[in-house]
Design a protein around this ligand. Structure first.
Ligand code: F6R
Length: 272
C-alpha cells in the first residue's frame, strides 16, 4: 500500500498531494498508472500513456516493473509517448531518453516495441518538423493521452517547453516541435553530459497543447531545488514565463505529487 500524503489540497481544479518523501509519491504515481492500464484493459481499450524521463520518475518505473512482475500487470495493451528527446542524439548515447526508457521500463515489461514512441533524435534536419507533426497526429489517432506523467524543471519547464514571453493563447497552442534548451536546463544537464559545454543544445519536445490535452496529468516534483518552481506554478500568475503554471488553464484532472522539501513554501497557504 502506498503511503498516505501528509497534506491534501485542492486548488483551481488541481489536487496537490504532499508526501514525506519522493518514494511514497512515486508509489502513488505508479499505482495511478497501473490503475489506468487495468481500467482501460477491462474496457478492452488500450491505455495511452505520456511518459517523462529525468531523475524524478525513476522510482515510478522501478515500481511499475515490480507491479508487472509481482501482480502480472500487462503492458500488451499499452501505448506510450515520451515527452522529449535531445536533438540531435543517437539512441545509443548514454544521455538519450530512448536509452533511458529501455533501461528503466521498456526492456523489463511486455510493452510491444511498436507501441513505445520516443521522438527521433536521429531525424535528418530537414525532416524534424515532419517527425514532430507526425507525433501529434499519432497521439490523436490513438485517441489522445489517458495519463501524462510530468516532471518540472527548476525554471518551470514541462517537457522541454521552456519559459517564454509568448501570450498565454499562443503558448497553450504550441505543438510538438524542435526547441533550444534554456540556460537553466543546460546547467542542470551538465552533470550527466560531463560539463555544460558538452550538453546538446536542442531537443524535440511534445508541445504544451499536446500535454494539456491529456485526460489526466500527474506531475512530480521533489527536493528543495524545485521549491520555487512548484510555488510559482501553483500559486503564482498563470504565465508562459513559468510553463507549468499553464496546467491551470486545464479543466481536466491534474494531480501534483510533491515531497515535503519541494512543497516547503506552499504548505502553509495550502493548509488554509
Ligand atoms: C523529461 C522532461 C523534463 C524533466 C525535468 C525535471 O522527460 O520532460 O521536463 O521532467 O527537467 O528533470 P529531473 O527529474 O531530472 O529533475
Amino acid at each position: 500500500m502506498p503511503a498516505e500524503p501528509i497534506l491534501e489540497s485542492s486548488r483551481e481544479g488541481a489536487t496537490i498531494l504532499v508526501f514525506e518523501d519522493p518514494l511514497s509519491a512515486c508509489a502513488v504515481a505508479a499505482e495511478r498508472i497501473a490503475a489506468t492500464i487495468r481500467d482501460r484493459a477491462s474496457n478492452r481499450r488500450k491505455a495511452v500513456l505520456g511518459l517523462a524521463t529525468g531523475s524524478t520518475p525513476e522510482p515510478v518505473y522501478e515500481r511499475l516493473v515490480a507491479i508487472h512482475k509481482q501482480e502480472s500487470l500487462s503492458f500488451a495493451n499499452v501505448v506510450t509517448y515520451n515527452l522529449d528527446e535531445y536533438y540531435p542524439i543517437s539512441p545509443f548515447d548514454r544521455n538519450s531518453y530512448r536509452l533511458y526508457m529501455h533501461q528503466k521500463l521498456f526492456d523489463s515489461v511486455d510493452l510491444p516495441a511498436a507501441s513505445a514512441h520516443v521522438l527521433d533524435g536521429t531525424a535528418p534536419a530537414g525532416f524534424v518538423d515532419e517527425v514532430a507533426a507526425a507525433y501529434d497526429r499519432w497521439i490523436e489517432a490513438d485517441g489522445g493521452i489517458d495519463l501524462q506523467l510530468l516532471g518540472i524543471g527548476r525554471n518551470g519547464h514541462i517537457g522541454f517547453n521552456e519559459p517564454s514571453d509568448l501570450t498565454i493563447e499562443r503558448a497553450i497552442a504550441l505543438p510538438t516541435r524542435l526547441v533550444s534548451l534554456h540556460p537553466t536546463t543546460i546547467v542542470d544537464a551538465a552533470r550527466s553530459f560531463g560539463g555544460e559545454d558538452k550538453v546538446i543544445r536542442g531537443a524535440i519536445t511534445m508541445g504544451i497543447k499536446t500535454i494539456l490535452a491529456a485526460r489526466s496529468i500527474v506531475i512530480l516534483a521533489f527536493g528543495a531545488g524545485k521549491e520555487s518552481a512548484v510555488r510559482d506554478a501553483i500559486l503564482g500568475p498563470i504565465s508562459p514565463a513559468l510553463p507549468a503554471s499553464l496546467l491551470r488553464t486545464r479543466t481536466a484532472e491534474t494531480t501534483w505529487l510533491v515531497d515535503r522539501a519541494a512543497a516547503r513554501s506552499i504548505v502553509a497557504e495550502l493548509s488554509r
